[in-house]
Design a protein around this ligand. Structure first.
Ligand code: NAP
Length: 235
């Protein structure tokens, strides 16, 4: 058990998962969110490490309004933002509505800011893997995480929804496909690509686009074909 509690700010996805992870690891933590009647200054007075788990756009304003954090080590979890005097530790993970088990939390890598306070200095009792990147690379790092994670969630939720809603097929039918796409992509990257684009079946691609005519994902499909053509043309 850590001597002083972590002071965790927020009640969203990351705050809820971090609170649960710290509890599973028997780390003392006091949580505060803006729905409380107390002030963060009063609620978190005992904490010497503040974990700021609020929206990216709200962080700087919050820190300005609550300068008490300057006497403490303060951490934020944004993969994109850099804030002077505040340590960025980005959990390279998606945090869903359900809490995870301890093994899953322990496997989450944290990406640190080069030259900043490291993950294991902030969380000496936790064993998560960590690596640092230069702060100027954080926007690109984050954009890549969004491409890989958030955008594939959007794509898959579109496919799940239309399988059930438009094709009358069950979502379970898709699960082996989703699993193998993930496994093959993790194992072989670009070599994992199959299908009409990879085969060069242009007429099938044209029919796919026609089937999506008027659907917002028609633009997405077309953009992917353009990215594919560009990549094929680039050695
Ligand atoms: N979600 C992920 O998978 C993920 C992954 C890695 C890193 N992150 C990072 O983790 C941080 C938190 O993200 P999240 O996904 O947990 O967000 P979230 O679920 O949308 O929750 C945002 C939290 O911010 C609070 N908040 C917003 N404006 C505030 C203000 N002015 N003052 C006080 N609290 C305020 C909200 O309070 P109310 O509940 O009162 O509205 C809410 O508790 C962000 O920096 C994000 O980039 C998220």
């Amino acid at each position: 058990m850590n001597k002083l509690p972590y002071g965790l700010i927020g009640r969203g996805r990351v705050a809820s998962h971090m609170a649960h992870y710290l509890q599973l690891e028997k780390q003392s933590c006091v949580q505060w969110h803006r729905g409380e009647t107390s002030t963060p200054e009063d609620a978190l007075t005992e904490a010497d490490i503040i974990l700021l788990a609020i929206s990216d756009d709200a962080m700087e304003g919050f820190l300005e309004r609550h300068p008490f954090h300057q006497e403490k080590i303060t951490v934020h979890f944004s993969g994109s933002r850099t804030i002077d005097g505040v340590t960025g530790l980005h959990p390279l993970m998606t945090f869903g509505p359900e809490l995870y088990d301890l093994e899953t939390y322990r496997s989450i890598p944290f990406v640190e800011e080069e030259g900043g306070i490291g993950f294991h200095e902030v969380f000496p009792a936790l064993q998560n893997p960590s690596q640092a990147i230069r702060t100027e690379l954080k926007p690109l790092y984050h954009a890549l995480c969004v491409l890989g994670g958030n955008f594939s969630t959007l794509l898959w939720s579109k496919v799940f929804g239309d399988f059930e809603g438009r094709l009358g097929l069950s979502r379970e039918l898709l699960l082996p496909y989703l699993k193998q796409v993930s496994l093959n992509t993790a194992a072989s990257g670009r070599e994992a690509l199959t299908g009409s684009l990879a085969r060069g079946d242009r007429e099938t691609v044209r029919r796919d686009l026609q089937a999506l005519a008027g659907d917002p994902y028609e633009t997405v499909f077309r953009a992917f074909t353009q990215v594919f053509d560009h990549r094929e043309a680039t050695p």
